[in-house]
Design a protein around this ligand. Structure first.
Ligand code: UD1
Ligand code: CA
Length: 450
């Protein structure tokens, strides 16, 4: 049996009050539409079909070729939106899973269960519902005395007694494809002038079918996003899912509600994360680290036993036993080898800092190759940019760079060399040599440093 999927995403999302189409608003780092797409992609055989309308181009671009698109030029309701997808799917699928782009909390397992229920059912469709106290514009599920589903009534059309019903229509459905295409033209027009998808439940019931609902164990999965209050609620629910899984896997989160970790991030056992920390993208952190407070890490690899305090890092590599911060910035291409110590106010970009390098205070290191156990004094700057090119600074092992040294690249400092405080180094320095001044000149050869 082939299952296709349709994701409705043509609505404007007026209640978001945003220039950005609703479905492109990010939730824990990923646009709503991408989350829905991820949930359906692996449980259906055909490429998902996204119905676009408002912001069509932006949505198409953001999603790329993960989906195929159909345009609903005029938004005439959720039932009409599904009918727009008919031309690309008719005859190609046995089952059609329909879900909305503004419901990013639905789990893949739940949708898989819905598809399975429909496979096992004699009715032409299976729907989903939640039971609870969720006052936010949901259609109500009407059942008869025997508990069978009779109809769905939209909140706007519901009587006071119907409004008191606490079973809500989530709006994820699985249809038998042939029935779906034949029933769509039977949807009546609503008082608002729209064709509601919910009417298909009513049509199936009228035709004598026993429609089943998958009642979700976790009602939070059914929450749709209509405004930014819902968006923040959803963010907090997702955050809780991710953080709970991390804590159960052996990571300590001092204050999970103030810790922002995307689900793509990996953390090792006994690592402790302090509040106001954001861990994003492909970041991978080892065991026994202490991260934060106030640390932002994106797409960065971190080894074991590192201490990263109040710093910002992106696309960096940090080996074991490194300490960074407070107030440091590691930019792309920063590679700190085992045991590097970076104190306060340092910036590193496109540079390798060898094992045991110390850089305690106020420095900028860009486009540099630094050997093992080099000491970088306070205020050291690699003058890497001459206005046109980025130039390389090389520093040999055990060198000692005095406070406030300017290393005017391209320049090489030899192994065990020393620069005096305030030196402006414009020429290469030999191994085991002391230079001072501006521009720096040789003073004498040194005893070997190690
Ligand atoms: C819908 C359901 C309601 C359910 C609720 C759950 C209908 C009529 N109502 O109401 O029973 O409880 O979801 O969240 O289905 N869209 C289009 N084209 C259109 C209209 C809408 O693509 O012409 C898309 C929107 O972009 C959105 C989704 O369909 O992703 C739902 O539309 P929305 O207006 O938010 O429906 P609700 O009022 O939430
Ligand atoms: Ca909605």
């Amino acid at each position: 049996m082939k299952t296709a999927s349709i994701i409705l995403a043509a609505g404007q999302g007026i209640r978001m009050r945003s220039k950005l189409p609703k479905v492109l608003h990010p939730l824990l780092g990923k646009p709503l539409i991408s989350r829905v797409l991820l949930a359906v992609k692996d449980i259906t055989e055909l490429k998902p079909v996204i119905v676009i309308g408002h912001g069509a181009e932006a949505v198409r671009q953001a999603v790329g070729d993960e989906a195929q698109f159909v345009l609903q030029a005029e938004q005439l309701g959720t039932g009409h939106a599904v009918s727009v997808a008919q031309e690309v799917l008719e005859g190609r699928a046995d089952l059609v899973l329909v879900t909305f782009s503004d419901m990013p909390l639905l789990r893949q397992e739940t949708l898989a269960k819905l598809v399975q229920m429909q496979k096992d059912s004699h009715a032409p469709l299976t729907m989903t519902s939640i039971v609870g106290d969720v006052p936010r514009g949901f259609g109500r599920v009407l059942r008869n005395a025997a508990g069978g589903i009779c109809a769905i009534v939209e909140e706007a059309d519901a009587s006071p007694e119907q409004l008191a019903i606490n079973e809500y229509n989530v709006s994820a459905y699985c249809f038998e494809a042939g029935w779906l295409w034949s029933a769509l033209p039977r949807i009546p027009i609503s008082a608002k002038g729209e064709y509601y998808l919910t009417e298909l439940v009513n049509i199936a019931v009228q035709d004598g079918h026993e429609v089943q609902a998958l009642v979700l164990d976790d009602p939070s999965e059914g929450l749709g996003i209509n405004n930014r209050v819902h968006l923040a609620e959803a963010e907090s629910i997702l955050r809780e899912r991710v953080n709970t899984a991390l804590m159960l896997s052996g990571v300590t989160l001092i204050d999970p509600e103030a810790t922002y970790i995307e689900e793509s991030v990996l953390l090792g056992q006994d690592t402790v994360v302090w509040p106001n920390t954001c861990l994003q993208g492909s970041t991978k952190i080892g065991a026994d680290c202490v991260i934060g407070p106030n640390t932002i890490i994106r797409n960065t690899q971190v080894g074991d036993r590192c201490v990263l305090l109040a710093s910002d890092m992106e696309s960096a590599v940090i080996e074991d036993d490194v300490s960074v911060g407070p107030f440091c910035r590691l930019r792309k291409g920063a590679h700190l080898a085992k045991g590097v110590h970076m104190g306060n106010f340092g910036e590193v970009k496109d540079s390798y800092l060898g094992p045991g390098v110390k850089i305690g205070h106020f420095s900028y290191i860009g486009n540099a190759e630094i050997g093992p156990n080099v000491n970088i004094g306070a205020g050291t700057i690699t003058c890497n940019y001459d206005g046109e090119n980025k130039n390389l600074t090389e520093i040999g092992e055990n060198a000692f760079i005095g406070s406030d040294t300017m290393l005017v690249a391209p320049v090489k400092i030899g192994k065990g060399a020393c620069t005096g405080a305030g030196s402006v180094v414009t020429e290469d320095v030999d191994d085991d040599t002391l230079v001072v001044g501006a521009p720096a000149r040789v003073v004498r050869k040194l005893e070997k440093r190690d």
